[in-house]
Design a protein around this ligand. Structure first.
Ligand code: KIV
Length: 261
């Protein structure tokens, strides 16, 4: 069933939401039957484009990949990540998010940041752009914070996360991602708002889970965060398949009669 903003909101307290990233039509089509929401994350800049972090992802890249995902999963609710530097103030954010809505059929954009981004979120939602928030560990802050820092370790951080979630909710977001937060704190954050809070590295007490597909399929070999469960030994399966193909080509075992016109 295709999710809508209303059914996503109504899922809170009923059933955990399943979100997964997708960057192309091929995988999006495979994920569609099982995922409630597909996220075209700017993480594509790492696993797809081979960069060290997400910061150099461009709006053009996000629009290109979002269109591919929308083509592959026509019945999915699709969220496009706003890349670093495209929502530094509300006017810029509206101009760039409008491009996403005009140039792709995505249903929503995602914005990193809590209280400090509430004004931007409010301006977008007031102008017809559905927004998914993103609080806690913010991958786009990796350079300014000097690494990926787990949040919710002190009382002050806990208080700030709750303020962030409430600010994003009252600015009109329909859901939010919470990343890299101590499990018991993420649970309290989720309980503090009425909209779904979807966790990544935030424990089980939230309203849903999101994983980066190339991590959970075991395809991304650079590093594996503690919160990732590998549901497939993807890179080894692919390597074995390609090795078998190469051996068969070299040994003139492929193509056989049945692959030949
Ligand atoms: O870019 C991304 O894939 C994300 C997830 C980590 C939630 O924002």
């Amino acid at each position: 069933m295709k999710m809508t903003i209303n059914s996503i909101k109504k899922a809170k307290g009923v059933q955990p939401l399943v979100m997964i990233t997708a960057y192309d039509a091929l995988f999006a089509r495979l994920f569609e039957p099982y995922a409630d929401l597909l996220l075209v994350g700017d993480s594509l800049n790492m696993s797809f484009a081979g960069r060290n972090d997400t910061l150099s992802a461009t709006l053009e890249q996000m629009i290109y990949h979002t269109n591919a995902v929308c083509m592959g999963a026509k019945n999915s609710f699709i969220i496009c990540d706003m890349p670093f530097g495209t929502y530094t103030n509300k006017e810029e954010a509206l101009k760039n998010a409008t491009r996403v809505f005009q140039e792709t059929p995505a249903h929503s954009v995602k914005i990193e940041g809590g209280e400090s981004k509430a004004e931007v979120v409010r301006y977008l939602t007031q102008n017809g752009i559905a927004v998914c928030g993103h609080i806690g560990l913010l991958p786009q802050a990796v350079r300014s914070e000097g690494g990926y820092k787990v949040k919710g370790k002190t009382d002050e951080e806990e208080l700030q996360l709750i303020k962030d979630a409430k600010a994003i909710q009252s600015a009109g977001a329909f859901c939010m991602v919470i990343e890299g937060v101590k499990s018991e704190v993420a649970t309290k954050v989720a309980a503090s708002v009425k909209i779904p809070v979807i966790g990544i590295g935030a424990g089980v007490g939230v309203d849903g889970q999101v994983l980066v597909f190339s991590d959970m399929l075991g395809l991304f070999e650079e590093f594996t965060p503690k919160f990732v469960k590998k549901y497939l030994d993807g890179s080894n399966l692919v390597k074995t398949a390609i090795q078998n193909y190469a051996n068969e080509v070299k040994g003139r075992e492929f193509p056989k009669e049945e692959h030949t016109y």
